[in-house]
Design a protein around this ligand. Structure first.
Ligand code: HEC
Length: 112
């Protein structure tokens, strides 16, 4: 590669990195709106009794990411909680990558 090509090459590499980030963000949001917002609300504050408010300071989103990943994957019901979080939000076809994308979205959008 000639020297004059290098900036063009770097520019393209950067542009595609930015584009793939944006796509991951949109994928997470799309999953959230399709599978999670019924219970968690578009604003993340919880649309039904027993659903945690994601926007609450020191709320559930302050838990470790690995734990949240597990609870989304396998479902979760805390002691005395009136309602359970269904495994994968009720869609068994969600992959671990999609769970990661939706959790990234939830954390960046509501986690403060
Ligand atoms: C049928 C309603 C419902 C759907 C759909 C749903 N959730 Fe939940 N979710 C809950 C409830 C209820 C809880 C609280 C469970 C508890 O604390 O016992 C919860 C808890 C959580 C928690 C916190 C877990 C913890 O450690 O306290 C996260 C994170 C979460 N949900 C993410 C998601 C994501 C992401 C989706 C979509 C893929 C989703 N939920 C879909 C009802 C739902």
């Amino acid at each position: 590669m000639s020297k004059s090509m290098l900036p063009i090459f770097l520019g393209l590499a950067l542009a595609s990195a930015v584009a793939s980030c944006a796509i991951a963000g949109n994928a997470g949001q799309a999953i959230y709106e399709t599978h999670c917002s019924v219970c968690h609300g578009v604003d993340g504050k919880g649309a039904l009794p027993g659903v945690p408010n994601f926007t609450q300071k020191k709320g559930v989103l302050s838990l470790p990411v690995a734990l949240l990943m597990k609870r989304i994957e396998h479902g979760y019901q805390g002691p005395g909680s009136p309602m359970a979080m269904p495994p994968k939000g009720g869609d068994a076809s969600l992959t671990n990558q999609q769970i990661k994308q939706v959790l990234d979205y939830v954390r960046s959008e509501f986690g403060g």
